[in-house]
Design a protein around this ligand. Structure first.
Ligand SMILES: NC(=O)c1ccc[n+]([C@@H]2O[C@H](COP(=O)([O-])OP(=O)(O)OC[C@H]3O[C@@H](n4cnc5c(N)ncnc54)[C@H](O)[C@@H]3O)[C@@H](O)[C@H]2O)c1
Length: 340
């Protein structure tokens, strides 16, 4: 079997998971090289998984002529630079979300990606590859719930991970761009429409530490789409019960809810607290299948010479929308979105 020879940059919270997936869970992929600015992460990956090449300098990895594709899981502020360097060096590229952390760099990198249209580029909006979301999308597309009138999305990280989020805040782009962007993308995908008007608000209700980076611990947005659908979004970092990702779509003929109770599995624990349904602990657990499916799709696209369905365009539209939320939050004004 032909295997795609891949290198990965970024071996942090999520990069490690992607690296393991490339190395062990996608049969037609091979992890030949790992890169991180943290030497200990490179050593650990090479030692534990037997990876042939290790780098602390990304440009050095790009000189490796055995490689065919680069997976980018570095910090959000590095994505655009790494995408450009990898494409210019002749590689196919998968990049984690977000595409970039400013509108200017997102527009710039889109032009770079267009210039390299002979290479495959995919962006990591992995929720589009989650089996439950795909199931829901098929129901919407088949007309089973009629015309969607309202969509409601919650993405709330567990409070036990908040110190990590504070450490990550400087390079994340902020709550709307870092967290809410997944739901903004999902809404665009479900509705096949662009957002028209946005109002967003939020605060540091518990952790003022986020304020140092002009960020917030919890925020919400109300959006109307061009097709008339109303949408409301809540993103936060302080869920006490677990990782809560919930989506509801109310249509003219029916309603879909995905993840109403973010149940870990089918087990109910009967104890002194009553009948307890435990919840997902974090994104790695909830979206395990989605991370694997998106990677498999990227590898197949390269090997079958197809362009992935989720690329720079989706990154730009979601970024423009997240920025409108950010702008509304800062100004407390209703924002009408002007797309480029
Ligand atoms: N799709 C999702 O569900 C999801 C979930 C979490 C994170 N993410 C995204 O994944 C990316 C990584 O997130 P994380 O939580 O793993 O971050 P992290 O801070 O834990 O890890 C970042 C990694 O990148 C490396 N790195 C940073 N700059 C580098 C450089 N210039 N050269 C080489 N290595 C460099 C660091 O050493 C580290 O290994 C972020 O962009 C984040 O937005 C996506």
């Amino acid at each position: 079997m032909r295997k795609l020879k891949m290198g990965i940059v970024g071996l942090g919270r999520l990069g490690k998971k992607h690296a393991e997936n490339i190395a062990f869970r996608v049969p037609n992929a091979e992890l030949l090289a790992v890169c991180s600015i943290k030497q200990e992460e490179v050593d650990e990956a090479q030692r534990s998984w037997g990876i042939k090449y290790g780098y602390t300098d990304f440009e050095e990895m790009l000189k490796n002529e055995e490689l065919e594709a680069i997976f980018i899981a570095s910090s959000s502020t590095e994505h655009c630079k790494h995408i450009e360097q990898a494409l210019n060096a002749g590689f196919h590229v998968f990049s984690e979300k977000p595409l970039g952390v400013t509108k200017e760099e997102v527009y710039y990198i889109t032009d770079v990606i267009k210039k390299h249209s002979d290479k495959k580029f995919m962006l990591g909006f992995m929720r589009r590859f989650d089996p439950s979301y795909i199931y829901a999308k098929n129901k919407i597309d088949s007309g089973e719930i009629g015309k969607p009138m309202y969509i409601r999305c919650y993405s709330i990280d567990p409070v036990h991970a908040v110190q990590g989020a504070i450490a990550f805040a400087e390079k994340s782009g902020g709550l709307f761009l870092d967290m809410m962007i997944h739901d903004l993308d999902l809404a665009r995908w479900f509705l096949e429409s662009e957002a028209k008007v946005v109002f967003a608000a939020g605060d540091n209700y518990i952790y003022p530490e986020f304020g140092k980076y002009e960020d917030i611990d919890n925020g919400a947005a109300m959006i109307q789409f061009e097709n008339g659908t109303i949408a409301s979004f809540f993103a936060g970092r302080t869920s006490v019960h677990g990782y809560h990702i919930e989506t509801e779509i109310i249509g003219t003929k029916g309603t879909l809810r995905i993840g109403t109770i973010p149940e870990k599995n089918l087990v109910t624990v009967f104890n002194e607290n009553g009948a307890v349904r435990e919840c997902h602990e974090g994104f790695l657990e909830r979206f395990e299948a989605a991370y694997l499916n998106e990677l498999q799709e990227f590898v197949n696209c390269v090997l079958e010479d197809r362009q992935p369905s989720v690329g720079a365009f989706e990154g730009v539209k979601a970024t423009e929308l997240a920025y409108a939320c950010k702008e509304s939050f800062r100004s407390s004004e209703l924002i009408k979105i002007n797309y480029k």
